[in-house]
Design a protein around this ligand. Sequence first.
Ligand SMILES: Nc1ncnc2c1ncn2[C@@H]1O[C@H](COP(=O)(O)OP(=O)(O)O)[C@@H](O)[C@H]1O
Ligand SMILES: [Mg+2]
Length: 187
Amino acid sequence: MGSDCVKELSLHILDIVQNSVKAGASEIEIAINEDIENNLLTISVNDNGCGMSKEFLSTVRDPFSTTRTTRKVGMGISLFEAAAVQCGGHLDIESEQGKGTKLSVCFEYDNIDRAPIGNMAETMVTIIMGEPNINYVYKHKKADKEFVFVADEVKAALDGVPLDTPEVLNWIRDFISEGLSDAGINM
Ligand SMILES: Nc1ncnc2c1ncn2[C@@H]1O[C@H](COP(=O)(O)OP(=O)(O)O)[C@@H](O)[C@H]1O
Ligand SMILES: [Mg+2]
């Protein structure tokens, strides 16, 4: 078993969403689909950020492909892909410069090496804390059940209170974790 598979999938999601934030996205959609009937777990992150050129996109799975300057090796995408491949799945990326990026990863749902999804309520709070002004849409399906969180809907209800205040973040954490368990999506 590769050590990459030990990392909870939510930590990979955090890495991938941070790429979308750096790409200047104003809207980021995170979708998880637990398709048990077809033994598939699909995770996708779509953004309307700056996108990548065809040239860059063709090398982006390579760990040495990065535009970051603090270290020479970019890791987010290549580690997520490695985790998927080791668990019987794969990673796809589509990107268009000036339009955005769609990344999707699938795993064999019951693969013994597949890491757990992890704590998505906590992950969403961490994401929002890092950059509260983005409209995050989080959709989580399991069989015929679905939970949806839309950051802009929360913002509209808050009447100008920023999302990154402790009370609001605590409310969001509870809203997501209760929403998931009410929908029967136990994490
Ligand atoms: N959603 C995205 N939009 C635009 N560029 C992206 C996106 N995701 C990744 N990239 C580009 O691909 C590079 C590699 O990403 P990644 O594998 O996560 O490594 P790192 O973030 O450490 O550079 C990034 O540096 C960035 O240039
Ligand atoms: Mg990254």
